[in-house]
Design a protein around this ligand. Sequence first.
Ligand code: CA
Ligand code: CA
Length: 275
Amino acid sequence: MNRKKIISALLSVACAGMIMPQGVSAQDNAQPAVHTVTFLDFDGNKLTELSVKTGEKIDYSSVDTSSLHSYPDKYTEKKFYKWSMTPETTDTDITVQALYQSASIMLKKEPSKRRYTNMSGEVELEGLSVSITLVTQSPELDSSGEYKTTSSVINDVALSCEASPSSLSEAFKDGSTSAEIGIIPIGDTKPLATYTIYLVENLGDINGNGITDAVDASMLLRKYADGTINDELLFIGDINGDGKLSSVDATLILRYYAAVSADVNNDWDDIIKIK
Ligand SMILES: [Ca+2]
Ligand SMILES: [Ca+2]
């Protein structure tokens, strides 16, 4: 065998993998290099890290992201959305950051009925208007190096909400004349907003004798005329709920008294609605 042939034979054997280079490389193949995958929270602080070998799949599901779930304020829920990148494997140390999705609930309009004149029935959410703003981070960076966000607004979610407590007897059970009502998405337990309702059982009873009649109507007019109006009087005497006492309220008291006298429907709400 001449020199040329010997070289050729050696090369073909080497190419077939029969001859292993000695030393470091053989050692590397036996024990693949280990790399660190560092996971950061939304603020860029270290959450945890994983060690993965070259070629080994990174197990993202093993990272516990439950600590990233938070309520930055009463109306906002923030949770893990996805990682800034999710390569299957890595041959170097890498860092990935958690991206978030947040949902902020905004109460656009409280339920229109805030005042109840008795404790029977349900809390009414009519008039309630709620919107949810979803903000989602994307893996793309903006010009200042921050993760871009997109936001979308979902309106009119009021229909899928319920009041808690839902019954007036429950709301005012402690004898109080005001109650905090939670507005809760159906199926949820955490209120997205709260508002206050009032119990005014003595509506229109200006002189406080326990009945609402023509005497109260004239007393209201007198107080209206001489300007002796305080908050308590307004609470009892502002029948139409426009924030002031006027002859309109006196007229409504008379109408209520007439209905009671005639033993017909004397529901304040119905009486106030009559134009
Ligand atoms: Ca009275
Ligand atoms: Ca009024």
